[in-house]
Design a binder for this molecule. Sequence first.
Ligand SMILES: [Zn+2]
Length: 431
Amino acid sequence: MLKKIIIKGAKILTMTAYNEAGIINGDILIEGQYIKEVGKVSYQVDDVEIINGNNCLALPGLINCHTHAAMTLLRGYADDMELMTWLEEKIWPREAKLGADHVYWGSMLAILEMIKSGTTTFTDMYFFMDNVAKAVEEGGIRAVLARGMIGFNDQDNLTLNESKSFISNWHGEGKGRIKCMLGPHAPYTCPPDYLVKVMDLAQELKVGIHIHLAETKQEFDDIRKQYGKTPVKHVYDLGLLNHPVLAAHCVHLTEEDIAILQECSVGVAHNPTSNMKLASGMAPIPQLLEAGIKVGIGTDGTASNNNLNMFEELHLASLLHKVSWGDPTVLPAYQVLQMGTIFGAQTVGLIDEIGTIEVGKKADIILIDLNKPHLYPSHDIVANLVYSAQGSDVKTSIIDGQIVMKDREVLTIDEEKVIYEAQRYAQKIME
Ligand SMILES: [Zn+2]
């Protein structure tokens, strides 16, 4: 028999209405992996687990559209540097020392942090992906995983083949919580002939492509110099955007690029903190949203953030675009929350499963404890969520119908052990 859970007497922000009117008072019935009823729920007390929703707000779990989870091991290791120097002198040499176990414990630490701050789905690009998938399976979170591929280093197609077997082994695993994509790192690390191979494989395996695109001014200038076109036009002309594409960053865009992203229904992962910290620039997010482009929010890896707290990311996204456009009306609170939930689900290709609290969707739900000084008074719950809430206000988290955190205790992960091992493995790569 399927397990039943009822969240009783919560305020529910469904994210299905196009305004703040989507808040209702009531219950949520979860059966197995799915949301069965929302509103007034009748039940027999003996066959359900009841979660008290008093003074709590239920909302869809947050979706982190772009990160590199295991980079938690490099958190705080190299900061305040220019992107290419940072990558070439600091990050890549340390990453070269990472083994499968490092990636497992680094990912576990990331998953622990994400669950404790309200993320229920993350989109990852890294290596030793079998171990990331294993951590996802054990941690109970949902994820869209891609083996990062550097085309220049893959003359014998070893990484491409590894991606292929990773996808055959893991796509749809964890009762469907794990989805896979192909992850060519970026146009400046993957030459055109390599991207063509990636496209062929995407076609064969029927999966999407996750790529860094138009992140820095240097990339924009280099690609223009090399190919005579912008990074977006370059991958468009290659045919890459005919596939379902999740493009991280999209900071440096022309009007024509925006039209291309719109025409090809590209999902854009906006990473405000990473773009600010690495001084990559300001992605034209209000323009992209205006053009109807799917935009979700990501944290990027913790080496350039330095945390995986999506509440902080939502807050900063809103503020960054207000100040950069000189207009406090851009990216209002509800729209930013949409980017963290329903738009994020569209961006990563999971809108049929998650992103809203609706009958028939998978039960990925977080409960915010509203009984916090910084969440009073409640003139506007959505404004409080975006401008005042903290990741630590998440009290309970349900993913795929499973309670993964209850009253701040993560039930799927041995927290003490993960922190101990992550610290140990982080030290090893510094030796
Ligand atoms: Zn990235």
